[in-house]
Design a protein. Structure first.
Length: 483
């Protein structure tokens, strides 16, 4: 049963009980609202006719469009803002001196090189026939003439600009760019970042944040810089729209979405909120309203469906605004998921580059292999000797210096990882090679044996092989019978 807000008057309670939950109260409506929806399917019901109309003041009328107009304006405005920020932060093109490939023969050979070789052949005192060594059926003079024709054609093309300009001037900033650059060069200002920049480079706190004074105080109250990078980027991508919402004109000047939610706030997180709104509306449409209208809500299409076409039509007509809101926030939530995925991919690329750089500078950190401790000949994993006097396998390895068995085994420092077996205690055994090192090894992954792992100052994990029943050794490819 639907419970109407107790502070609603009788007319507002009637509208709410009819299923129109998002209609402003009567005191905020500029015109009467009737529960009976229009028969014209193109007319926007439930909410838009109730938008506040500014009265007098010379400011013109309020927003009179439909929901699709609001969402369309929102996406266009936010997209245009991102394009402006990208242009604002784009480095101007420096002067260029294009290089050209040099003259080529019709067959694609280096004409200058061909000419030089033929000239040597012609002037070789031991080459009495003056034949070309490159083309034995041709004389050196014929080859020189052939190559020279290509060289002269190339020179003519270069001189007439057919190959392109030999010098490209530096890009000159537009007047708008010069004004912006001068404005943001002031010591207390910094250029706002685009969502793409935040995703790639991280959020750059504005000048004065964290310091003394009012800017520092406001910064400490702002939770935005504590959010994850994809959350920050998603919020930034949706900022800039200050137009009307379904509740009327936005007089706050703050960035809001078409349904009145603040996109950028000091305490909230719009990236999380879109998911909450999508789920909440989906539950409402698929639950109470489906029961009320006798139709099933399909979240994939955002429409009600039923064998009773009249019931489905009524449900879709009566919930047009709710469905528009659901579709909007569902799309927003999908865009946010894409942002999270892209951030993870970018972070993965950066982590790999960092690991490669670490291994390049420290080639022995990841490779703790020592031939004296390679027990490949004892039958491999699961066949290690265990008697106190054993001379091979894990028992023998445990008698070696423990410090020498502590080696880097972080998966981020490895590639071509392949599961090849398990130890007697069920620890996964992998073959792999370290970054920048083609040699194949067998061993464990540090994150899978936390009791034997230790974090190095670099942030990468090391493993003490004395604490696992797995030997670290070179990998033998038994299919090829060689290391």
């Amino acid at each position: 049963m639907v419970t109407t807000p107790s502070f609603y008057n009788l007319k507002d309670q009637g509208i709410y009980a009819a299923g129109d939950f998002f209609i402003p109260q009567e005191r905020y409506r500029a015109a009467p609202y009737n529960v009976n929806q229009p028969n014209n399917p193109d007319e926007v019901p439930a909410g838009i006719p109730t938008l506040y109309q500014s009265q007098g003041g010379g400011g013109g009328g309020g927003y009179t469009g439909g929901i699709s107009d609001l969402t369309g304006d929102f996406f266009k405005t936010t997209s245009d803002r991102q394009n402006r920020l990208i242009e604002l932060n784009r480095p101007l093109q420096a002067a260029q001196f294009p290089s050209f490939p040099g003259p080529k023969t019709p067959g694609g050979l280096n004409a200058q090189q061909m000419y030089n070789i033929a000239s040597e052949d012609l002037n070789n005192p031991f080459n009495r026939s003056a034949m070309s060594t490159t083309f034995p059926t041709r004389t050196a003079k014929e080859v020189m003439d052939y190559a020279d024709n290509a060289i002269q054609d190339y020179r003519m093309q270069y001189a007439t600009g057919q190959l392109g300009p030999s010098f490209i001037e530096a890009e000159k900033p537009t007047l708008n760019r010069r004004i912006n650059d001068a404005f943001y060069s002031l010591p207390f200002l910094s250029k706002p970042q685009s969502a793409e920049m935040i995703l790639n480079e991280g959020y750059d706190k504005p000048y004065g944040s964290g310091g003394p004074g009012i800017l520092g105080l406001l910064s400490k109250m702002d939770n935005y810089h504590n959010l994850s990078r994809p959350d920050q980027a998603f919020i930034a991508a949706n900022m800039g729209y200050t137009g009307p919402t379904v509740f009327g004109e936005n007089t706050s000047g703050l960035s809001k979405d078409p349904f009145g939610l603040n996109v950028r706030s000091a305490f909230g997180n719009y990236a999380e909120r879109v998911g909450v709104e999508s789920e909440k509306l989906g539950d409402l449409l698929g639950g109470k309203l489906s029961e009320k209208y006798g139709a099933t809500f399909n979240p994939e299409t955002g429409m009600f469906e039923s064998e009773d076409e009249a019931a489905a039509a009524k449900a879709n007509k009566m919930t047009k605004m709710l469905r528009a809101k659901f579709n909007f926030y569902t799309k927003q939530n999908m865009d946010y998921a894409d942002m999270v995925k892209k951030a993870a991919e970018l972070q993965g690329i950066k982590d790999t580059e960092t690991a490669k750089d670490f291994m390049a500078k420290n080639p022995n950190y990841g490779d703790n292999y020592q031939a004296s401790k390679d027990h490949s000949g004892d039958g491999g994993y699961g066949h290690t000797a265990s008697s106190p006097g054993a001379t091979t396998g894990s028992a023998a390895r445990s008698r070696h210096s423990r410090s020498s068995d502590l080696g880097f085994s972080d998966i981020r420092l490895k590639e071509n990882v392949e599961l090849i077996g398990k130890s007697p205690s069920n620890i996964n055994i992998y073959s792999f090679n370290y970054l920048n090192n083609p040699t194949k090894y067998q061993g464990v992954m540090a994150h899978e044996v936390p009791w034997a792992s230790k974090k190095h100052d670099s942030g990468y994990l090391m493993v003490d092989y004395n604490k696992v029943d797995v030997d670290f050794k070179k990998h033998i490819d038994y299919r090829r019978k060689r290391l």
